[in-house]
Design a protein around this ligand. Structure first.
Ligand SMILES: [Zn+2]
Length: 372
């Protein structure tokens, strides 16, 4: 994404301190006076982090700075029949957004999207009205008597049922594979462009102080909610309890237990995104300094992540949650994760020592090599 600039001699700044301050002030004012919450940026409940820059906000910022986006496709996979993907159609797009100002590229960002992201790959089945066939039949609001409702305002027939009525209540609501992923090809394409543009704008106008990458498209962990909940009155999101975090770092046993619990929240036939899997391997390489494979096994995975249980792998990936920092040219993770990672490396070393014949064990413990 970002290039490493090698300076032969002392590198002159391209702007004076006053200019930089003035620019900083302008961005700050623009953000506070022009951009609107829930339109230009949004806060994702439960993340507690910086708000995410949304597409309209990215567009306004780029207009403000006189930037013109040009998209370039970097990678594309269109497997309509699923021949290359175990019989399941697969679409993947990666775009680069170059931002031009006066005809010159002043910044760029990459973004991808694929049809196996949970949001696109799975669907909730919906309760259907037995009288008119309208979907979904929703739960009516308590103040209007509750029960089930074929909502006339949304094109239904207006029929109502008591909450326990088996005609509606016994209909199975389930997570199913999206039967027609090809219908959304244009969506995958647009979303990857959008992600690349937001990334490009964030970097180019230095708006990362205020916003993060837009993650509204990603379904957060385990949130296949019943569609009927959407009809319920909106309440302020309850902040997640951090009780588990308070006991961190976890020892390897506890960590594996937590990972297994997390893995159970993924659908049985879940498959980890290929790019994400490679990124995970790269990040793990960095943190385990040459001991990735044994640490993987210690974590409960196989030596090959590809052959490992995919739900469990995704849980491990959620746990590591490494983000690439281009300034440091390094992956970053949260502190408890670093400590848990260290415990795994140590545990791995301990088990090596235990499995060695006695003499070698002593040598290993003393940190000697056989040459001594
Ligand atoms: Zn109806």
């Amino acid at each position: 994404m970002s290039e490493i600039v090698v300076a032969n001699s002392f590198m002159e700044p391209v702007a004076s301190v006053d200019q930089a301050l003035a620019r900083y002030q302008k961005v700050k004012e623009f953000v506070s006076k022009i951009l609107k919450e829930d339109v230009d940026f949004g806060t994702i409940p439960g993340t507690g982090s910086k708000p995410a820059l949304l597409k309209p906000g990215a567009e306004k910022l780029s207009t403000f700075f006189g930037l013109h986006p040009i998209f370039e496709i970097l990678e594309k996979t269109e497997d309509w029949t699923g021949d290359q993907h175990g019989g399941e159609a697969f679409f993947y797009y990666m775009y680069r957004c170059n931002l031009l100002r006066n005809g010159e590229i002043v910044g760029s960002g990459d973004g991808s999207c694929n049809s196996w992201e949970k949001k696109y790959r799975y669907r909730m089945t919906e309760r259907i009205c037995p009288d008119c066939g309208h979907t979904p039949v929703i739960k009516g609001k308590q103040e209007y008597g509750g029960g089930w409702l074929c909502w006339a305002k949304k094109g239904g027939c207006g029929n109502k049922w008591l909450i326990g009525d088996p005609v509606i209540a016994d209909q199975k609501v389930d997570v199913v594979k999206n039967p027609d992923p090809a219908d959304q090809v244009n969506t995958y394409l647009k979303i990857s462009q959008k992600r690349s543009m937001v990334a490009a704008v964030l970097v180019t106008v230095n708006a990362s102080d205020y916003f993060t990458q837009d993650i509204e498209d990603y379904i957060p962990e385990g949130t296949y909610k019943d569609v009927t909940e959407e009809a319920a009155p909106k309440q302020a999101p309850v902040p997640k309890k951090k009780s588990d975090n308070s006991k961190r770092p976890w020892q390897p046993d506890k960590l594996r237990e937590m990972l297994r619990k997390k893995a159970d929240t993924y659908p049985k036939d879940y498959v980890v995104d290929e790019k994400a899997r490679q990124q995970f391997a790269a990040a793990l390489d960095q943190f385990t300094v040459g001991k990735r494979k044994p640490v993987q096994v210690e974590l409960g995975l196989l030596e090959s992540t590809k052959d490992s249980d995919q739900c469990y792998l995704q849980a491990v990936m959620d746990w590591l949650c490494a983000s690439w920092n281009s300034d440091l040219q390094s992956y970053l993770v949260e502190k408890p994760v670093v400590l848990e990672e260290l415990a795994l490396v140590v545990a791995q070393f301990d088990s090596t020592v235990d499995s060695l014949p006695k003499d070698e064990k002593i040598i290993a413990e003393l940190g000697m090599t056989e040459g001594y």
